[in-house]
Design a protein around this ligand. Sequence first.
Ligand SMILES: *[C@@H]1O[C@H](CO)[C@@H](O)[C@H](O)[C@H]1NC(C)=O
Ligand SMILES: *[C@@H]1O[C@H](CO)[C@@H](O)[C@H](O)[C@H]1NC(C)=O
Ligand SMILES: *[C@@H]1O[C@H](CO)[C@@H](O)[C@H](O)[C@H]1NC(C)=O
Ligand SMILES: *[C@@H]1O[C@H](CO)[C@@H](O)[C@H](O)[C@H]1NC(C)=O
Length: 966
Amino acid sequence: MEPPVFLVVLVLLAGAPAVLCQTNAQDVAALETVKSQWTNYPSSWNSGDPCGGGWDGIMCTNGRVTSLRLSSVGLQGTLSSSIGQLSQLVYLDLSFNINLGGPLPAEIGNLVQLTTLILAGCSFNGKIPTEIGNLRQLWFLALNSNKFTGGIPSSIGVLANLFWLDLADNQLTGPIPVSTSTSPGLDQLVNTKHFHFNKNQLTGTLNGLFNSNMTLMHILFDSNQFSGSIPPEVGGVATLEVLRLDRNGFVGAIPATIGNLVKLNELNLASNKLTGSVPDLSNMTKLNVVDLSNNTFDPSVAPIWFTTLTSLASVSIASGSLSGQVPKGLFTLPQLQQVVLSNNQFNGTLEMTGIISSQLQTVNLMDNRIVTTNTASYMKTLLLAGNPFCAEQDPSNKPFCSRQQQNASPYSTSTAQCGSAAQCRDGQNVNPASCSCAFSYNGKMVFRAPFFVDVSSSSPFQQLESTMSAQLKLLPGSVALSDIHFNSDNYLQVQVKLFPTSGATFNLSDLIRIGFYLSNQTYKPPPNFGPYFFIADPYAPLAGALGGKKSKISTGAIAGIAVAGGLLVIALIFMSMFALRQKRRAKELKERADPFASWAAGQKDSGGAPQLKGARFFSFDELKICTNNFSDSHEIGSGGYGKVYRGILGDGTRVAIKRAQPGSMQGAVEFKNEIELLSRVHHRNLVSLIGFCYEQGEQMLVYEYISNGTLRENLTGRGTYLDWKKRLRIALGSARGLAYLHELADPPIIHRDVKSTNILLDDNLKAKVADFGLSKLVADTEKGHVSTQVKGTLGYLDPEYYMTQQLSEKSDVYSFGVVMLELVSGRQPIEKGRYVVREVRLAIDPADRDHHYGLRGIVDPAIRDAARTPVFRRFVQLAMGCVDESAAARPAMGAVVKEIEAMLQNEPDDADGEGDSSADPSANEFDRPRGGGPPAHPYSDVEISRGSYAGDGASDYMPYFEVKPK
Ligand SMILES: *[C@@H]1O[C@H](CO)[C@@H](O)[C@H](O)[C@H]1NC(C)=O
Ligand SMILES: *[C@@H]1O[C@H](CO)[C@@H](O)[C@H](O)[C@H]1NC(C)=O
Ligand SMILES: *[C@@H]1O[C@H](CO)[C@@H](O)[C@H](O)[C@H]1NC(C)=O
Ligand SMILES: *[C@@H]1O[C@H](CO)[C@@H](O)[C@H](O)[C@H]1NC(C)=O
């Protein structure tokens, strides 16, 4: 005990201000004003410092707010003009908050650093402010799916960096501005790739809009009221891949220059008043989808490209005044999926002979003049109603003569494997990956120009699922697609459900992240899906809830009510009842959000307090002080979970503080469960939990400090030299810790992430198993196994668990076996693409005359001499038993302990170390620090389960296991 230190800490504690501000004062004030116009903002916004990591959705640089991302969090209210005071803001994403609306304040134009502005799927109304043209850095502008009215400001034309411009699905009117000598226009946007203006009420012509300096890929102008002719200059935009001008009022002939667009994948000019001849598309060799339906073309025969464009997947020219024979070469185009040629004058015989495209699903030739058919080799949908063919009385014609035929049913994600479990309550849905129920994040994904039309084929949609789960960092299989169809705008619409990786709800930071990925196109679908937009549904657990406080009735409203009197008093009563209910609901929600609130306030005996044995509550400020404000010099490890700091408490106890970073926080209830679990576990071979902090949006666990680093570090020679006998002792200690978890803890616990970086060594080289972050109570299980998502670390993962997702204690035994092989070899489990389990299995040679059991090339040179003993051989045999492919064949942890104890008795004794007396499961000993020792990085925990799976998730999971192909 060192009184001076103690005193200093006390003084510091007393003198610490309630909130240690890091955020620039102007930004704090701006955020407070912005917040005051919102309800249902994240509850973390009620306390702490915005930049201190406490406020969800805020990111800062040097105390200035640079990023505000609150996608999908259920915000309600309007956007304050004070947003304009966040002058360093670079990202602003408020997408998918359907109850966030009102006008977009002109002060948005003050955010001159802004590169990304995403307000998609909210309810903003009024005009798009001209001041948006001040945002010269703007790269991504998505205002789609709101209620904006008025014209497109010409000032957008000066945004020279703009890459993405999405104004679709609003109520915009007037023409698209084109530059003049005095004002800018959108023709100047030569770096923009996306013009998405569909579903508005835009008028006027497109004259002057296009030029050959442009680099547009997608022009989506469909469902507006444009007029005039299609300008020939559009054919000069050589980069164009999608051109949708359908559902407008374009007149005149289609310019011949359109044939120059050789990169085009989709051309849709349907439902205009176009005249002249059907265009020649012969040079567009990438064209997948063509729709020229419902125009007023001159009568002609079928164009030649019907039989020459081998890339075609869908051809539609309904009401196209086409006549003569349907060319039979059309049906043999290799990628063809759909033909719609209804309401033309095709006559004679329908010839579908030769090698019909195997993908062809629908041929619609209704209302033509076809008399006979030769279609025996085609088995899918064929619609011939309204042709002379169907007027005949031949009953064998009947199947083709109905106006509706059974189409192949569209793809949807199956949960059949979940059986009767596929029933969830309270708006939850079945996660196809785990068959458990959860609140999924739902939304509508709309593909504006897919390159295919067949929705019954599973492979594109399964690719959609797998790219989504990988890129959105969800577990494989936790994406469900349903209700797939082409909507009335001819967009492919898909209902998407995304499931949380653990627990039944997404936490706020995951919602924000996923919303952002889907709103700003970070998620990239497979290329044949083309451009998309996504509109999230309100997330059920947040919808209508008041995360923070005050559902306020504005003073204006109250004044109005007072004046009007009479009837309106009743309205007031209703409103206050509503407010009361909201308040109650807010309280309930708050309690759910912070189950420690009452306990932390000091009522240690209150019934609702967490059931903690020995662990105590730490305030944020207390931990901040003892880690010198979480300074880098106190950092001793980091991983997917966050960072680990060392610190010294007021009583001199050295601790390791594990601080969750915003992206990896657990729900409050999960966090409470975890600390309750950890506080119950006390054993000399397990790292003890001393306490926790749950305050100011932080989740921290405070552990005893173990001075000698991880087993991994000591094996690589960075720590103490570990001779063979020390290794045996370390194996015994960690085996005892695990055996305690499996066999003596109540309820039993499966560690789920046993590995050499989770085994720490104290001053006496006593092994202590750490990091129960992934632990799972065995009590949750039925018949001794848990069906759950795969968690763990590459190289240590039990292959049987991986394949069956059935977790049992034997999965820990497998991982422990890998650790034993690490003790033998000194190597990481996977090194240079070689997996130690396989290497040892192949090398073992019982007849080895060198007495290394065949492992001379594998054994750690540091113990090579000691390894020529029967005990070494016995150790390897035990390890191989632990990594048996069949979980049933592996020994239980208790048996492993007994076996290693026996081995140690057969080793010549020496003086060092602890006695190997029997385990003392009730021991509750905190290691006090004893002298220096290099403060290594003892708690580093790089886990695949919480880290990011860059690229495709599947390959990160499984590449090294010895899975025998069937
Ligand atoms: C394209 O850019 C060049 C160079 O800036 C300019 O001279 C030319 O007039 C532009 N062409 C069109 C069609 O705008
Ligand atoms: C197709 O390309 C060739 C060669 O560039 C050109 O001569 C021909 O006119 C083009 N045809 C059409 C219909 O654009
Ligand atoms: C063409 O018009 C018909 C009849 O009005 C309609 O059913 C069909 O959906 C239209 N097709 C397109 C692509 O607009
Ligand atoms: C089909 O229509 C074409 C063009 O209108 C016409 O020349 C031809 O005689 C018709 N053939 C039959 C069999 O009616």
